[in-house]
Design a binder for this molecule. Structure first.
Ligand SMILES: NC(=O)c1ccc[n+]([C@@H]2O[C@H](COP(=O)([O-])OP(=O)(O)OC[C@H]3O[C@@H](n4cnc5c(N)ncnc54)[C@H](OP(=O)(O)O)[C@@H]3O)[C@@H](O)[C@H]2O)c1
Length: 253
């Protein structure tokens, strides 16, 4: 029987690599994001790269409850969900100056995009998760472990990602008795994604690489390999964990 996987933010970057990896493992994959053209192109790429693969675009803004509910209905057509990967996210640039209204709006946008999106999609799909055997994976960030504030982030990104950890631990407790595992993957710096596109200096990229012990940027495939393991039947005894995929930029947490 073919397994069903759902990957939020699966149209680009890490999510696209995850969707391709799960398709290669034999899953039918629902690829969720806001931009229909991006999703359709990603699904075509996956079908070309993995002969026989079925990747289905599901357009939704995951910060909007009604759109999440509609997406869950569409995903439900594929059957019980074996693997749910909450990967959608973004870094919200903080406003300059000390305008508290602007700061509040930026924090809310960051929390909506990185935290609420995962909470809404997971809640809408919880009843549809395979029991036993379901796999829930949350993509966090090394920023949750190291902090991260500066010109590109007001700290709201790190805070939103850290909040995912506590939420995921509770879910692991709640869903463990049903035979569902819940784990957090915290990537370090991963190049070749939209999140670190234009606007980030050469010095920033070089510093991120210098932070690692292996002397290179991560790739979306580095993260996808770890997701594929956590999503596999072999990982049934791994739950409630935060796993770093960071080239050694963060040690042992
Ligand atoms: N790249 C890194 O170094 C790095 C490091 C640590 C953690 N991460 C995390 O990894 C995840 C993937 O990021 P990435 O680096 O692959 O960047 P990316 O290419 O920008 O991917 C983010 C994806 O999320 C989707 N998305 C954003 N807001 C959404 C919304 N409201 N509703 C639905 N989909 C939404 C985007 O698609 P649409 O715009 O079409 O909606 C996009 O496909 C993120 O959670 C990010 O925080 C990345």
């Amino acid at each position: 029987m073919q397994r069903v996987a759902v990957v939020s933010g699966g149209g680009t970057g890490i999510g696209k690599a995850v969707a391709r990896a799960l398709a290669a493992e034999g899953c039918r994959v629902a690829v969720v994001g806001r931009r229909v053209d991006v999703l359709e192109r990603a699904c075509e790429e996956i079908a070309e790269a993995v002969p026989g693969a079925e990747a289905v675009p599901v357009a939704a803004d995951l910060t909007v409850p009604a759109q999440v509910a509609a997406a869950a209905e569409a995903i439900g057509e594929l059957g019980p969900v074996d693997v749910l990967v909450n990967n959608a996210g973004a870094i919200v640039t903080p406003p300059a100056g000390d305008d508290l209204d602007a700061l509040a709006a930026a924090w809310r946008r960051d929390l909506d995009t990185n935290l609420l999106s995962a909470v809404l999609l997971t809640t809408a799909l919880t009843d549809r998760l395979r029991r036993p055997g379901g796999r829930l994976i949350v993509i966090s960030s090394a920023a949750a472990q190291r902090g991260g504030a500066g010109p590109h982030s007001a700290g709201s990104y790190a805070a939103a990602k850290a909040a995912l950890h506590g939420w995921a631990f509770g879910l692991a407790r709640q869903l463990g008795p049903d035979g569902i595992t819940v784990n957090v993957l915290a990537p370090g710096y991963v190049a070749e994604t939209e999140i670190f596109g234009a606007g980030w200096s050469e010095e920033f990229h070089a510093r991120k690489i210098a932070d690692t012990l292996v002397g290179r940027a991560g790739t979306p495939e580095d993260v996808a390999s770890a997701v594929a393991y956590l999503a596999s039947p072999a990982a049934g005894y791994v739950t409630g964990q935060v796993i770093g995929v960071n080239g050694g930029a963060v040690l042992g947490r």
